[in-house]
Design a protein around this ligand. Structure first.
Ligand SMILES: *[C@@H]1O[C@H](CO)[C@@H](O)[C@H](O)[C@H]1NC(C)=O
Ligand SMILES: *[C@@H]1O[C@H](CO)[C@@H](O)[C@H](O)[C@H]1NC(C)=O
Ligand SMILES: *[C@@H]1O[C@H](CO)[C@@H](O)[C@H](O)[C@H]1NC(C)=O
Ligand SMILES: *[C@@H]1O[C@H](CO)[C@@H](O)[C@H](O)[C@H]1NC(C)=O
Length: 440
């Protein structure tokens, strides 16, 4: 069922490609192996921002990266102008691919325009940072143009005419960084950007993110297979460790259709160690229950890892105990354990503090070193960068941005596994070291 709708869509894509290619693109029959997007960190919101060129004529659209987001969505209420926009008609292969179960038969809010067309199916553009809103939007398609790569440098810019996305209202942009016009959803669904790019360009359903800790340099997202090469010529994909991606059968989005699974990426953390010792807490919290509660996910929308209260307390306790010889200073919210940074040595992988290990299903360890566990909150103060997520949060552990910076994470959707590098600082490179300089 799902795969047949994909085939239909793919046919439409290829047909449409013949009709919609612009002369400049028609010249090349170049087939990319992979694509790249630059990612920066907004220093005030701590959101990860990328830019995608969309529409005809092309415009750069600034987007907040949502690793677990269902799809791309943008504000269509203001400033959406494009001669190639196409609404997805109710019952079409596009609507099926997006899992839409709702249809706007007649839109009366305005004359026909992107976001308000008759006989168009709906999806929910989700902004998890705007707690008070749930979106309603129309499914549309438009041209997206993106840089290809050989894994080491950017290659030719390539275009695809029919990237599906949610067309939402301006109010959905609440709490997003200045200038941002939507979100780039990199989630599991077929309508997620990784799957759509894979179908459009015929490569494997794999992507990798490498976020930078610096707010003045660029991290990178790769769509497609490795190599993933960082200066000075280090192919990080050669040393990934793998763990299973876990499906949460209940959607974790603000609005969803009944029966939808979560579009986010969960992994099977079995225990946590501090300084090689298992931290005692109730491990039931690490499993996903029938209502979709519990478990561990990775999110680019949380700046720091969020732990359910009892886990948080246990981890902070264990950490403080193993660092008892260093005097603590007054904690600075939202952190619980802070130290005088002059009293902590520094190592290649950041402040010299006890390692924190996420012990994964297969006995595999994800080791978090000082650069990812500690946050420099001021010149003299370093804090343990984990925050308290309260009692009975939806997800027990949300691994946030600070903990994945300068680590490369590869999401292999077809094989349902996550490849992770641990700190690239060990390998004498960083996520800011992809050479965005073009050869041509
Ligand atoms: C939708 O159809 C109705 C009835 O034909 C019409 O009045 C309305 O203007 C149409 N709306 C749009 C956005 O096309
Ligand atoms: C923006 O985020 C804050 C903090 O999480 C939240 O309290 C507020 O409701 C959000 N604003 C909207 C419009 O959702
Ligand atoms: C662990 O947590 C689960 C779910 O919250 C609870 O049912 C169980 O009783 C707890 N076990 C212990 C030993 O506290
Ligand atoms: C980046 O790649 C370009 C093009 O291949 C090359 O000329 C340049 O020397 C590279 N930059 C560094 C710092 O190696």
């Amino acid at each position: 069922m799902a795969s047949s709708s994909f085939h239909c869509l793919f046919l439409l894509c290829s047909l449409a490609f013949f009709f919609f290619v612009t002369p400049s693109l028609a010249k090349t029959s170049f087939k990319p192996k992979a694509l790249v997007l630059p990612v920066t960190k907004d220093s005030s919101t701590l959101q990860y921002i990328t830019i995608i060129n969309q529409r005809t004529p092309l415009v750069p659209v600034k987007l907040t990266v949502d690793l677990g987001g269902q799809s791309l969505w943008v504000d269509c209420e203001q400033g959406y102008v494009s001669s190639t926009y196409k609404p997805a008609h109710c019952g079409s292969a596009q609507c099926k691919l997006a899992g839409s179960k709702a249809c706007t038969t007649e839109c009366y809010r305005s004359s026909p325009k992107p976001g308000c067309n008759n006989n168009t199916c709906n999806i929910f553009p989700d902004n998890p940072l705007a707690t008070t809103l749930t979106g309603d939007g129309q499914l549309g398609q438009d041209v997206v143009s993106i840089q290809s790569t050989d894994g080491s440098n950017p290659g030719p810019v390539v275009s695809t005419p029919n990237i599906l996305f949610g067309c939402g209202d301006t109010s959905l942009l609440a709490n997003l960084s200045t200038g941002v016009k939507g979100m780039a959803g990199l989630g599991r669904p077929k309508v997620g950007l990784p799957s759509q790019f894979a179908y459009a360009f015929g490569f494997n359903r794999k992507f990798a993110i490498c976020l930078t800790s610096a707010t003045k340099s660029k991290g990178v997202i790769f769509f497609g297979d490795n190599p993933y090469v960082f200066l000075p010529g280090i192919d990080v994909s050669k040393s990934l460790v793998f763990t299973r991606l876990v499906l949460n059968p209940v959607s974790t989005a603000g609005a969803y259709f009944e029966g939808d699974a979560s579009s986010e990426y969960f992994i099977g953390v079995k225990s946590i160690k501090v300084n090689e010792k298992v931290v005692p807490f109730n491990a039931t919290l690490l499993a996903i229950d029938q209502e979709g509660y519990g478990g561990t996910k990775i999110s680019t929308l949380k700046p720091y890892t969020v732990l359910e209260t009892s886990i948080y307390k246990a981890v902070v306790n264990a950490f403080v105990k193993s660092l008892a010889h260093i005097p603590r200073v007054k904690p600075l919210a939202p952190f619980g354990a802070c130290y005088d940074s002059k009293k902590i040595s520094s190592t290649r992988v950041g402040p010299g503090v006890p390692a924190i290990d996420l012990v994964l299903s297969e006995g595999v360890l994800w080791r978090v070193f000082g650069a990812n566990s500690m946050v420099q909150v001021s010149k003299d103060v370093l804090c343990l960068g984990f925050v308290d997520g309260g009692v009975r949060p939806r997800t027990s552990i949300v691994i946030g941005g600070h903990q994945i910076e300068d680590n490369l994470l590869q999401f292999d959707l077809a094989n349902k596994r996550l490849g992770f590098s641990s700190s690239l600082l060990f390998r004498q490179t960083t996520c800011a070291n992809f050479n965005f300089t073009s050869n041509s």
